[in-house]
Design a protein around this ligand. Structure first.
Ligand SMILES: *[C@@H]1O[C@H](CO)[C@@H](O)[C@H](O)[C@H]1NC(C)=O
Ligand SMILES: *[C@@H]1O[C@H](CO)[C@@H](O)[C@H](O)[C@H]1NC(C)=O
Ligand SMILES: *[C@@H]1O[C@H](CO)[C@@H](O)[C@H](O)[C@H]1NC(C)=O
Ligand SMILES: *[C@@H]1O[C@H](CO)[C@@H](O)[C@H](O)[C@H]1NC(C)=O
Length: 309
């Protein structure tokens, strides 16, 4: 073969490997399966070429952390009347079986997505390559990661060997997915659209970087998006590597000319549309050591990262 033919063959081989791996995603949240934000995120990931199964709580289950329970028959309607009282503990949209609810906590919904739906031949027939948790309505910074069902769901995935990231945004509201079309100019719709595009970009970057593993074992990434006020275009946003809790005594990975990372709170409150990206333990839900921060940072260099002004 000519050199150029070898090159073409190698490039197409590499491309087909990239296309064949890391394509199957589960998306979960804690705000509920019918909220605008998770449906916008499902649509954006699907539109970007991922195969996605949504598995999320039947109703709002914010603040449930890593709690688990046995899914129950619905004693109230699903969120926004999306299923009647008496519906089964697990259900799906009859016109689109990729959209599933679980009447239990966020961790239960993530587990069902990973261990039942993904494995089903109707979906992937295999474990998912990645779990997207959120974006949550409202930030999950500092101590809030301890109580967050969004972080809980991502952590549960990670502890089972499925790499995961928790996404949260300051703006938005727990409103029905129907408002994405009925109220296209509402702030909740704009937030859902902007954060969804940012999340697709993040997932493309992470899954497209050299791996495996996508992330170190039992480590998740915690991403927080700032308010969309004055940040109304996804191209306005910059990514800053951060730590979950402010702690000036700890030595972090060296970046931006310092070995002390800014905290998530500092990042999302800084003027300039900064999103925080931190590496946290799926067990403690707070900061990992500097060496592990470095491994996660390397995986995400393509974002690329910015420094806080
Ligand atoms: C969802 O649940 C959380 C935690 O209980 C609560 O603070 C929030 O107000 C609920 N959201 C709605 C729309 O009721
Ligand atoms: C179910 O899917 C159909 C088709 O995509 C959509 O029109 C409908 O709003 C969905 N309902 C729910 C509750 O997801
Ligand atoms: C959307 O948010 C902006 C800025 O925060 C605010 O000025 C505006 O009133 C909001 N619009 C609606 C429809 O709530
Ligand atoms: C800072 O980190 C050190 C070492 O891990 C820990 O002992 C200390 O409690 C932390 N301080 C705060 C305020 O979290």
């Amino acid at each position: 073969m000519l050199h150029s033919q070898v090159l073409v063959a190698l490039v197409s081989l590499a491309t087909s490997f990239a296309a064949a791996s890391a394509q199957n995603l589960v998306i979960s949240n804690d705000d509920g399966w019918a909220t605008a934000q998770i449906r916008a995120q499902f649509d954006a990931l699907t539109g970007a070429g991922y195969d996605v199964v949504l598995s999320a709580p039947a109703i709002n289950q914010s603040g449930k952390g890593s709690q688990t329970t046995t899914p129950q028959v619905l004693t109230e309607p699903c969120q926004f009347d999306t299923c009647p009282v008496g519906s089964p503990p697990f259900g799906f949209n009859a016109s689109d079986p990729r959209l599933n609810y679980v009447n239990a906590y966020p961790v239960d919904a993530a587990n069902y997505g990973i261990n039942v739906l993904s494995l089903s031949p109707q979906h992937f027939g295999a474990r998912p390559d990645f779990l997207v948790s959120g974006p949550n309505i409202g930030p999950n910074v500092d101590i809030l990661t301890q109580y967050s069902g969004t972080v809980g769901a991502a952590s549960a995935a990670s502890l089972q060997g499925v790499p995961a990231t928790a996404f949260s945004g300051v703006s938005g509201a727990q409103v029905s997915y129907t408002t994405l079309t009925s109220e296209p100019d509402a702030n909740s719709t704009l937030a859902a659209r902007i954060y969804s595009q940012l999340t697709v970009y993040f997932v493309d970057t992470l899954l497209g970087s050299c791996g495996p593993p996508v992330l170190p074992p039992a480590v998740i990434v915690n991403v927080n998006y700032p308010s969309i006020t004055d940040c109304d275009d996804p191209s306005d946003y910059k990514w800053v590597f951060a730590r979950n809790r402010k702690n000036d005594t700890v030595v972090d990975v060296q970046t931006c000319g310092s070995d002390h990372l800014p905290s998530e709170v500092e990042v999302i409150l800084s003027e300039g549309c900064y999103a925080s990206v931190s590496a946290i333990s799926a067990q403690t839900k707070t900061d990992v050591d500097a060496a592990t921060q470095g491994v996660v940072m390397q995986k995400l260099l393509g974002l690329p990262f910015s420094c806080l002004n």
